[in-house]
Design a protein around this ligand. Structure first.
Ligand code: NDP
Length: 343
């Protein structure tokens, strides 16, 4: 069975590619340049079941047409992970919203044009950001479930980069569900979305950290590189280990019950204070050198400052246990301390 993975060079996608290859699938990935693609192929020891195509910019019209013209007859499963995830912009439409939405639209249109008969399953990597907007994230009385939607509009989400990123995930996911509704009869695939919270955990290849640190991992590396006495922003929200995010993508394509579902990945709430506590307690080389904050104040902070998540439906569907917070943070930090992080 052949699986297409968009944005294969990303933090989450590299784990997915690895798990797919281990499970015996043939994988076609997309990356933005020949150089990035070659380096990925090399990391997977030029596995004969892995090949790469260039999709330079998912924002461009018909970005995925060439790939599906060439491989459409072979691809049975599509995992769409590519989407901009950074806050380094003030042009939110150009850099976040449009690429997220157009990328989703163009991959689905390419399937319709060139692989309507072959593609059976599509999984879109969405986010808990599609479930709840940053304002409601802070509402301690709110419970978010698989049915929830971020309530920002195209305009209101452009208040700042974080809200715009969250909006980009909402509108991209909506695009996918709407496409399916409007194209019953034109395509035969089922759709699932994976909606992870903040994703931490080790990189598939540690040396990725020497080139750049992806946005979510940057929360951990920032705290590891803090100085004693530093004040830090207490990021908070649902978290999940990247190894579980990858595994959930495989379960989504293998378990028929996942068709039509939004799978919300969270193993509980975290905050930066909780990360700092683990770093100070578990890593003697950091203790006394990094920020301390207010040790053990995390749980009461979260009680007052974060909405709650009930993803019991997803947990039942997936049927496997997620990494806990402590193991996830320890494994992330061990790897970061081994390499020279580009922070
Ligand atoms: P990365 O930034 O590591 O991966 C994103 C991937 O998308 C990269 O391969 C990137 O390529 C590619 N990409 C971004 N913009 C474009 C574009 N305009 N054209 C072509 N390719 C593009 O982040 P993650 O692995 O963390 O994210 C993967 C997915 O998971 C995203 O959809 C993200 O929204 C979602 N997600 C992530 C969470 C997290 O905490 N990490 C939480 C919830 C959802 P390049 O690096 O070459 O630019």
């Amino acid at each position: 069975t052949t699986v297409f993975v968009s944005g294969a060079t990303g933090f989450i996608a590299l784990h997915i590619v690895n798990d797919l290859l281990k499970a015996g699938y043939k994988v076609i990935g997309s990356g933005r340049s020949q150089e990035k693609n070659n380096s990925l192929l090399k990391k997977f020891n030029n596995n004969p079941r892995l090949s790469m195509e260039i999709v330079e910019d998912i924002a461009a019209p018909n970005a995925f047409d060439e790939v599906f013209k060439k491989h459409g007859k072979e691809i049975k499963i599509v995992l769409h992970t590519a989407s901009p995830f950074h806050f380094q912009t003030t042009n939110f439409e150009r850099d976040l919203l449009t690429p997220a939405v157009n990328g989703t639209k163009s991959i689905l249109e390419a399937i319709k044009k060139y692989a309507a008969e072959t593609v059976e399953k599509v999984v879109v990597t969405s986010s808990t950001a599609a479930l709840v907007d940053p304002t409601d994230m802070g509402n301690a009385n709110l419970v978010i479930t698989e049915k929830s939607w971020n309530k920002d509009t195209w305009e209101s989400c452009q208040a700042n980069a974080v809200a715009a990123y969250c909006g980009s995930k909402k509108f991209a996911e909506r695009t996918a569900w709407d496409f399916l509704k409007e194209n019953q009869g034109n395509v035969k695939f089922t759709l699932s979305t994976i909606n992870p919270g903040y994703v931490f955990g080790p990189q598939m290849f540690a040396d990725s950290l020497k080139i750049s640190v992806n946005t979510s991992s940057g929360i951990i590396s920032g705290l590891i590189c803090s100085k004693v006495g530093d004040k830090f922003y207490n990021n908070c929200g649902p978290f999940i280990d990247v190894r579980d995010v990858s595994k959930a993508h495989l379960v989504a394509i293998e378990k028929p019950e996942c068709a039509g579902q939004r799978l919300v990945l969270s193993e509980g709430l975290f905050c930066s204070q909780g990360v700092v506590d683990i770093l100070n307690e578990e890593f003697p080389q950091l203790n006394g050198k990094i920020a301390i904050g207010e040790p053990r104040s995390g749980p009461s902070f979260l009680e007052k400052n974060s909405c709650k998540f009930d993803n019991s439906k997803t947990k039942n569907l997936l049927g496997f246990k997620f990494y806990n917070f402590k193991d996830c943070i320890i494994d992330t930090a061990v790897q970061m301390l081994e390499v020279q992080i580009k922070n």
